[in-house]
Ligand binder design. Structure first.
Ligand code: SF4
Ligand code: SF4
Ligand code: SF4
Length: 296
């Protein structure tokens, strides 16, 4: 009996999710034992084959070409697996939704860009895949934990269900929590501190309790709390524990509760901190009234 077929596609992302998949090393052999890889960004074939059992898609929809390729992937796939926070939540590139396209391009390339017909047209907003097509399995993370991607793909090619926890990251973080997150000016220090500004960090104690912003309470579990285990605060790349939660609003809510009165107003880039990976699934895109997409 022939094996199920598997394809991987990269849209508006950095291909870091593919790198995370490649990090499976020997684990890839198990995946290739279970399925035939028929297409990937590294295979050189531009178009996805007409019928593929499982298609993994990395990256958000940022250009008209991304959208065309997403529809082709959906038409081809029996099971579509969205991998990475770009694909699932819009991702870090979605922070550009706060600015008009012309401003974004000027910031990235300066004022003297020569327009090329070969460049795909930028869409007005960065959007997750689920805004356009039905998604069968979602694996957030930037990049997602290698094991999560492999487990999702193995489940997909085997026709099994795939799911993982929806608690907060704090529930799988092993740092010691001594205080409850409650309204208190003593819960964190008076300033929002950057890691390098602290002389000494207790490597075992909760970051928030030491005055460092950690997105654990606003973020979905599943990565194994690998950053906090490595003494780095969580940045929230798994997105909110449920999509109807506003990750950034929960950040503001949590920090407003623990910072001294008014302290939150002095935070640099509060929006970028709270919505670093989830701006396109927040209430913001619909609320902003920018001009159209690319300037043609
Ligand atoms: S989710 Fe992160 S690693 Fe994956 S494509 Fe997007 S930016 Fe890259
Ligand atoms: S806030 Fe951060 S450091 Fe504290 S328990 Fe949650 S994830 Fe761990
Ligand atoms: S600890 Fe936070 S930032 Fe780090 S991988 Fe997990 S969810 Fe992402």
């Amino acid at each position: 009996m022939s094996k199920p077929t598997l394809a991987t596609v990269s849209l508006g992302g950095c291909e870091g999710c593919h790198v995370s998949l490649l990090d499976a090393h020997e684990g890839l052999l198990d995946l290739l034992e279970a399925a035939d890889l028929v297409h990937s960004p590294f295979s050189g074939d531009e178009e996805i084959p007409a019928h593929v059992d499982v298609v993994m898609v990395e990256g958000a929809i940022t250009t008209e070409e991304d959208l065309r390729r997403l529809h082709a992937a959906r038409a081809s796939a029996t099971t579509l697996v969205a991998v990475g926070s770009c694909a699932v939540l819009g991702g870090i590139g979605g922070l550009r939704n706060l600015s008009p396209v012309a401003e974004v391009k000027a910031r990235a390339f300066g004022d003297h860009v020569t327009k090329s017909e070969r460049l795909p047209r930028l869409r007005r907003l960065v959007q997750p895949l689920s805004d356009f097509v039905e998604i069968d399995i979602s694996v957030p993370g930037c990049a997602p934990e290698t094991g999560l991607i492999v487990d999702a793909l193995v489940a997909a090619v085997s026709g099994n269900e795939f799911s993982f926890g929806v608690r907060n990251l704090c529930d799988e973080c092993h740092r010691e929590k001594r205080a409850l997150l409650e309204h208190s000016s003593e819960f964190v220090s008076d300033d929002v501190l950057a890691l390098m500004e602290l002389d000494e960090i207790d490597p075992k104690r909760c970051f928030l309790e030491q005055g460092l912003i950690c997105m654990g309470p606003m973020t979905r579990e599943g990565c194994g709390a690998k950053c906090t285990a490595a003494n780095v605060p969580c940045r929230g790349c798994m997105g909110p524990s449920r999509l109807d939660y506003e990750q950034g609003a929960k950040t503001i809510d949590a920090l407003a509760a623990v910072l001294p009165a008014g302290g939150i107003m002095y935070m640099d880039d509060l929006i970028g901190t709270g919505y670093r990976f989830s701006m396109p699934v927040s209430v913001f895109p619909g609320a902003l009234d920018h001009e159209g997409g690319d300037d043609d």
